[in-house]
Design a protein around this ligand. Structure first.
Ligand code: FA5
Length: 366
C-alpha cells in the first residue's frame, strides 16, 4: 500500500493557504472529488487482499476525514472573514445627521387662499369653485354685460378661436364673478360663499400679470345692505392682516353687475421699499391701495341667476389675491409670483405644516 502522508500534507498546506472559497473548492475537488486522489486511493481497496484491506481502509478513511474536516474549518473561516469585510464596508453611522433632502414649499398664493378660507369659514361662508374655461354667458351676459356692453372691452379677454356654434363663445374667465351665477343657479338663496381661483387677462406689467388670482364673495339673503358688506370686508381684513388699525375706503365706482358699486381701498404707509398696511390713507406718509371691487348685486343679475330680487338682496366683492399677498408678505413685483424661481419660493414660501388656523394665527411665519 502507498503511503498517502506526503499527499495529505501537501493538501492540508494548500487548504490552509486557500485565499478564497473558489480556491478552497479547487482543493476539495482535487482530493475528494470523483477523480481526486483520495477517491482513487479508495478504489484501490477492491484489488487488495482482505488482510491488506483491513489495514489500508481505515488509514485511507482517516486521511479522507482529516482533509474533509480541514476543508470545513477553512470554509467556515473564509465565510466569517467575508461577512466581516461586508459588514465593515456597509457600516452606517446612525449618529450622523440626516442628509439634506430637497424640500418643496407652499406658494404664498396657496397659503393666502388657505388663510382666506379659514377666516371666511369662521364667518359662515362656504368655498365654491367654477371652471376656468368659461362661456361668454356666465362671464359676461349673466353679469349684465350683453354683447355690446363697453365694460367687456376693459377685461382684455382671451377668447378660444373656434367654439361649437351653439355653446356660445368660450373664453378664459376674466374674473371669479361667473361663480356667483353658477352658485345661485345651483343653490338658490340664501347663499354665503367665497370663490377663490385663477383668472386671465391679456395685461402685463409689475402689478398686472396675464394670469392672476381673485377671491369672489357673495352673500344673498333678506334685508342685506351695504353696511353688511363694509362690516364683512373690515372684519376680514383685520383678521387677515392681524391688526386692528385697518382703515378701508369705499370709493363710488361702476360695475355692471353691482348697483351701487364701490371700489375697496386700504390705507398703508411706506417703510423702506415695503408697503405696510394700517392707518388712514390720507394721513401724513400714508396712501390708499385698491384691493378690489364690490357692491350690491344688481337686480338684473339676481333675476338672470333665478333669484327673486323683490325677496332677496345681496352684496358681492372681488379681491385680487396676489395683491393682498404682496401687501401682507412684502413682495414688490407680482411677476416673481409666477417665475417658479426656487430661491424666491424658499424665501417667500411656507412649510407644509404651516396650516393657517384662527387659534394659532392665520399669518404663519414664513
Ligand atoms: C373685477 O374683476 C370684478 N369682478 C370685481 C367685483 C366682484 C366687483 C364682485 C363687484 C362685485 P376688477 O377688474 O377691478 O374687478 O378686478 C378686481 C381686482 O383684481 C383688482 O382690484 C385687483 O386687485 C385685481 N386685479 C385686476 N387685474 C389684475 C391683474 N392683471 N393682475 C393682478 N391683479 C389684478
Amino acid at each position: 500500500m502507498t503511503d498517502l502522508t506526503p499527499q495529505k500534507d501537501a493538501a492540508l498546506a494548500a487548504i490552509a493557504d486557500a485565499a478564497s472559497l473558489e480556491a478552497l473548492d479547487e482543493q476539495r475537488v482535487a482530493a475528494l472529488g470523483k477523480k481526486g486522489w483520495v477517491s482513487l486511493a479508495l478504489k484501490t481497496l477492491g484489488g487488495m487482499s482482505p488482510d491488506e484491506r483491513q489495514v489500508a481502509a481505515p488509514a485511507i478513511q482517516a486521511v479522507r476525514a482529516e482533509i474533509a474536516d480541514a476543508i470545513d474549518a477553512k470554509k467556515a473561516a473564509l465565510e466569517a472573514a467575508e461577512l466581516e469585510a461586508q459588514l465593515a464596508s456597509e457600516t452606517l453611522d446612525l449618529t450622523l445627521p440626516a442628509p439634506a433632502t430637497p424640500q418643496g414649499s407652499v406658494h404664498p398664493v396657496s397659503q393666502v387662499m388657505d388663510e382666506l378660507a379659514e377666516i371666511f369659514a369662521d364667518l359662515g361662508f362656504s368655498v365654491a369653485t367654477g371652471p376656468e374655461i368659461e362661456d361668454d354667458w356666465h362671464n359676461f351676459t349673466a353679469l349684465n354685460m350683453d354683447e355690446s356692453h363697453p365694460a367687456r372691452a376693459m377685461h382684455d379677454t382671451f377668447y378660444f378661436p373656434d367654439a361649437a356654434p351653439d355653446s356660445g363663445k368660450m373664453l378664459l374667465r376674466t374674473h371669479t364673478s361667473p361663480v356667483q351665477i353658477r352658485s345661485m343657479k345651483e343653490q338658490g338663496a340664501p347663499i354665503r360663499l367665497i370663490a377663490p381661483g385663477r383668472v386671465y387677462r391679456s395685461d402685463s406689467d409689475a402689478t398686472h400679470t396675464p394670469m392672476f388670482h381673485q377671491v369672489e364673495g357673495l352673500v344673498v339673503d333678506r334685508d342685506i345692505h351695504l353696511g353688511h358688506l363694509k362690516w364683512t370686508l373690515e372684519t376680514f381684513f383685520k383678521a387677515f392682516f392681524e391688526r386692528e388699525d385697518i382703515t378701508l375706503r369705499l370709493r363710488p365706482s361702476y360695475f355692471p353687475f353691482t348697483e351701487p358699486s364701490v371700489e375697496v381701498d386700504v390705507g398703508y404707509s411706506n417703510e423702506g421699499n415695503r408697503r405696510v398696511v394700517g392707518g388712514h390713507g390720507d394721513a401724513e406718509g400714508h396712501d390708499w391701495m385698491e384691493l378690489g371691487g364690490s357692491g350690491m348685486v344688481n337686480r338684473r343679475v339676481l333675476e338672470m341667476a333665478g333669484v327673486d330680487p323683490d325677496e332677496y338682496q345681496g352684496f358681492a366683492f372681488g379681491l385680487g389675491i396676489d395683491r393682498i399677498a404682496m401687501l401682507k408678505y412684502g413682495m414688490n413685483d407680482l411677476r416673481a409670483f409666477f417665475d417658479g424661481d426656487p430661491r424666491w419660493l424658499s424665501h417667500y414660501g411656507f412649510a407644509a405644516v404651516d396650516q393657517p388656523t384662527l387659534s394659532a394665527g392665520v399669518g404663519a411665519a414664513s
